[in-house]
Design a protein. Sequence first.
Length: 546
Amino acid sequence: MTDFSTRFRLIYVPFLWIDLLFITIYSFFHWIFVIELGLPLNEELVHFWLPFTLPWIPIFIWLGPRIKLLILKDKKGNLPFLYRFIAGFAIAIPALIAQDYVETATGRLTVLNDISALNTQSLTKYYELKKHIIDKQHFALYKRVEITGRYSENYEMFIDVACPILPDSLKPGGEVNIGTPLAWLGIEFKRKISNHLDEYKKDDEWKDFDTVTSADFKAKNLDGFVYLDRIGTNARHKAYIKAIGNITQNESLAPIIFEGVNTPFKERNGQKLPWTAGSFLIGAAVWFLMILFPKINRPEVKKAEESTVRSQWEAFFNPLIHFKLPDSIKATAVLIGLNALVFLIMVFAGLGVISFDARDLLSWGADYRPATTNGEWWRLLTSIFLHGGLMHIISNMTGLAFAGLILEPLIESTKYTWAYLVCGLVSSLTSICWHPATISVGASGAIFGLYGVLTALLTTSKADFKSKRPLLIFSLFFIVFNLLVGLTGGVDNAAHIGGLLSGLMIGYLLYFSNAIPDPVKPTKRRKKVKPAGDTDKTSEVGQPKG
């Protein structure tokens, strides 16, 4: 059998099968559970995060062993990881595009003579209304903010407006029966500014945004849509629901919310299907070129010929089943897990992924002086396990992981956990003392406290002398860099400073109370010296001297 046929049969064909099966199976489940059964999953999760992350499972189970059939060598040994990384993208990109196509292609258009006929039949994705009235006088409004960007540098302002869609027999301006299931037309206005602006400039931007939006809304022709799109669970949908709840005093209602579409219905799919097929073919071509040139690893080919599906599953899951965290970082792993668990619960609750609305964070336990000092003191603790979005939790958990790897083995897990919690509480208390009406979330204050503990101990005899200097430089760099970033705006530096100072105090308290052991000093090896005149003495080349 030639090398080419071996590559094609054992590496290329499995990749194609994984790619096709993943796109097909995931799209099928998306259609069944979300589109047909109406499971209210967040659209960002369904359309992006799941199809982006799930392909890595079959890649590591089935494609990973196939990559070992190639002899991949570089100076750092990163080529196998690079091959998996590119394979993951080659599968994820067409899967991402396919989900948009599945939603638009399977959506049915229902023609209604009047909006009053909406409840007489099952709900569909798209609607065409022959007669309708958009009541602009009973509009509902909700304002929200999203902090986005890798370094939280973007401050995005949104004003979401919902207007009742009335039967043609009613005159706009009359009393609207909110108690019945009504349909609403949603319109979103947004503006992006720098998050580094101070609060006064942000307030000025909000006032100007309000003025411009009000003028745009009054001038906007809300009747100019071709058909209506019933939106799913996303940030806009949540905002419209909150807006309607503000005027009905009942957010538990589940009104039907549409957004107007101004293009013909037959154009709804756009170029999604060609883009899906094109990205699939491009990924397949790139993978073909990548496996074409490396040499074949003959011993691994023989193992692959003899392997079964069961052996591949066992090879993947056995390391996971028998994996055991080192005792020295168990507390760090638990804290990271708790933060991640809270974030995932919020995501699956439909609050968002990239960022969460400030009012949602407040309802979930964010630190906020008027609420905290009004008897809800538990917010001092709950706020340190909440995060404002994806980049926020990733950056904080990265900092926590580095702190844990260095500090937890030094002071032991119990003291490390207490230091985290105490510093977090102090940082939350400092935040509400400094900010009269700011919603604050995040573990960064507690993490600053851990770096404060580490910095204090690194200036004492409790740290190993050889590693003391580089660790101290690293800890000081983390503290100074993040405090400087906080000065640019959009970051609660008061919480950071409160956590840092409490951490320094805890570190010196641990030192002076001798609550942690001294570092173990390495013992010096004694050289064995033979007595003078020993006849067994040998020369440097191992030959006896004559």
